[in-house]
Design a protein around this ligand. Structure first.
Ligand code: GLU
Ligand code: ZN
Length: 322
């Protein structure tokens, strides 16, 4: 790839950032900083009912506490701005017009229950049921006859097997139309859905590398189809296995409090947490306090040992606070 790499940290202000988010952010930061790239911070606040007041500011504080920085974001001007998704809706609107004109999307009036009743079981972990195609016979212009607010826009998935190369040269593939099905690009209230917004933003901001959790693997295939529809080159995608609790399930509230803000309040040094994360990734041989900057020299994706989920259990928690 020519020029400097551009990456992004993209927290969702739907709750507090926890140890799992920190591990992914650390890798995204190391990957870009190691190559003198440009790092952006974008707030993904489209999930309005779940967005919590103050969570965006808290996420920025958490990232700073970890010792991570960025070149532009809501707190630092940059040509790529605005850096908050709810301020970028004009571009999402243009995208929908473009997709409608090309008949790549159609209005879908199904409710969640309709879909759950008609759908078969999901093929993919972390995914809901595959949309059964109930409204796929409609064309984009059929939306004119529908009451605004009663339909979402769904992307008509493209056929065939889709592949891309992930971290450490692993090829991943998916028959998107069969395995995932047509997906929502705008919700019934007219606002853009995550899949559309993230592609529009990453492209507009010149992002060349996306580092994120494994839970978004299926979304990557959907996003590849959007890149193709807009005629754009997709970025490099690198997925990082999730952090799980002692029971092997994705880290959540029931595993106890692993919010970064809590460790900060307990007086845990961020270098301790970074050290634990770096050790879990195979970047240092022994667990010890270290800063993200001190890890730069040794960072290399080939060294990253993250082939399966990492357990952050009661023992790891005790090692941090003890
Ligand atoms: N905002 C998403 C999250 O916090 C990340 C989306 C992405 O990296 O594409 O999980
Ligand atoms: Zn439908």
């Amino acid at each position: 790839m020519s020029g400097h790499p551009v990456g992004r940290l993209a927290p969702s202000p739907t709750g507090a950032q926890h140890v799992g988010n920190a591990r992914t952010f650390l890798l995204a930061w190391l990957s870009i900083r190691r190559r003198d790239g440009r790092l952006l911070l974008r707030i993904e606040d489209l999930d309005s009912p779940r967005t919590k007041r103050g969570a965006a500011a808290q996420a920025l504080d958490d990232l700073r506490w970890l010792g991570l920085d960025w070149d532009a974001g809501p707190d630092r001007p940059g040509v790529e701005g605005p850096f908050v998704q709810t301020e970028r809706s004009e571009d999402y609107r243009r995208a929908l017009d473009e997709l409608a004109a090309a008949e790549r999307i159609y209005p879908c009036t199904c409710s969640r229950t309709d879909i759950a009743d008609a759908a078969s079981a999901p093929h993919w972990e972390h995914e809901g049921p595959r949309y059964p195609g109930t409204c796929a016979g409609r064309s984009a212009s059929d939306a004119r006859a529908l009451e605004p607010g009663t339909f979402a826009w769904r992307f008509r998935t493209l056929p065939g097997e889709w592949s891309y190369r992930d971290r450490n040269d692993e090829w991943r593939s998916c028959r998107v139309a069969d395995e995932l099905g047509d997906f929502v690009v705008a919700k019934k209230d007219g606002t853009a859905a995550y899949q559309l917004a993230v592609v529009r933003d990453d492209h507009a901001m010149g992002v060349t590398e996306v580092v994120r959790g494994d839970d978004l693997l299926a979304s990557t295939f959907r996003q590849l189809q959007l890149y193709r529809s807009f005629g754009w080159e997709p970025p490099t995608f690198r997925h990082v296995p999730l952090v799980v609790g002692d029971d092997g399930k994705r880290l959540a509230k029931r595993h106890g409090d692993t919010r970064l803000a809590t460790y900060r309040e307990l007086g845990v040094a961020p270098e301790r947490l970074i050290g634990l994360l770096a050790w879990s990734l195979g970047l240092i041989d022994e667990e010890r306090a270290i800063t993200p900057r001190e890890l730069l020299d040794r960072f290399d994706w080939q060294r990253v040992r993250a082939t399966g989920p990492w357990v952050f259990g009661a023992d790891e928690h005790r090692r941090l606070v003890g």
